[in-house]
Design a protein. Sequence first.
Length: 73
Amino acid sequence: MAITLNLPPEVEASLAAQARALGLQLNSYVQTLLEQQAGIRRAEQTINLEQFEAELDALPKAPISSSTCRLRL
């Protein structure tokens, strides 16, 4: 399926910057975002360390409390 998006220039610029930071082309990055939103993750998809760190940094930050975190050694 092909989709045409009419994005405001600032949204396109932001997405393009995020894609560059991950070493991806804009169309591949947007496709990945849509697949993630749909709950789909391709098994063959691999990412490098920089991509992993960028995705990790993009996760919401939440404090960890002792009541919600248990460590087993």
